[in-house]
Design a protein around this ligand. Structure first.
Ligand SMILES: Cc1ncc(COP(=O)(O)O)c(C=O)c1O
Length: 219
């Protein structure tokens, strides 16, 4: 992996207007997290590693970015209708946080075997939590609420969620233009497309990503 070559902000390429817009919308609400140098005693000295510390993000994950990019754009009708999402954890917590901050009602549909601390976090942020038996049941509960008028804030299959997540890649590209490989933990996929997009545009060179799945919720 090449060493960093300064802080030339090439990630502000105009080919990525939606992510640029999200960057503006998120400013002052979500954090610009550190891209911290990382080394280990048995590491290859030719390889420079940095960690994008999204664990220091609002609500503890990059999900706050997509959630805010969705909720901040709601019109008056959407705000009045309230929002609904389905999530076993971090996305639900982020949506609950963003809705609380925006002053709108949120419902988070969660599998009942989700981590109790994640369920509690959604409630602490004022969201109504609806527990489903399993994934299929959660989808049903979600569809009922969407039919009743709630606005769906999808965890990954939605442009604004992806564009919000893409601001992680934007920040990496802006701060470290020479990065060659971005490793992202992938579940539904919001994290993965979000990261390489701005990288590709910024560096005019291939940018790879490698995926691994986050752990499943407890049985
Ligand atoms: C901390 C963390 N990293 C990565 C992922 C995977 O994100 P995605 O499902 O958008 O691919 C998740 C999803 O819940 C997550 O919470």
């Amino acid at each position: 992996m090449a060493m960093g070559q300064g802080n030339e902000p090439r990630a502000t390429d105009s080919r990525w207007p939606q992510i640029a817009e999200a960057v503006g919308l998120l400013a002052g609400v979500v954090r610009r997290t550190p891209l911290a140098p990382w080394s280990s005693d048995d590491g290859d000295p030719r390889v420079e590693l940095r960690l994008k510390l999204e664990c220091l993000q609002e609500t503890g994950s990059f999900k706050a970015r997509g959630a805010w990019n969705q909720i901040a754009r709601l019109d008056a009708a959407g705000r009045a209708a309230g929002i609904v999402t389905v999530s076993s954890g971090n996305h639900g917590k982020a949506v609950a946080w963003a809705a609380e901050r925006a002053g709108i009602r949120a419902t988070v549909v969660m599998p009942r075997n989700s981590y109790p601390n994640k369920i509690e976090a959604c409630r602490v942020h004022g969201a109504e939590v609806v527990l489903g038996r399993d994934r299929a049941h959660c989808e049903e509960l979600l569809a009922e609420r969407v039919s009743a008028g709630a606005v769906l804030v999808h965890p990954y299959d939605a442009a604004r969620t992806l564009q919000g997540a893409g601001t992680v890649g934007w920040e990496i590209a802006e701060e470290w233009p020479a990065v060659e490989l971005v490793l992202a933990c992938v579940g539904g996929g919001a994290s993965r497309p979000g990261r390489p997009w701005p990288c590709d545009s910024a560096w005019e060179q291939p940018c790879a990503s490698w995926a691994s799945s986050p752990p499943e919720p407890r049985p």
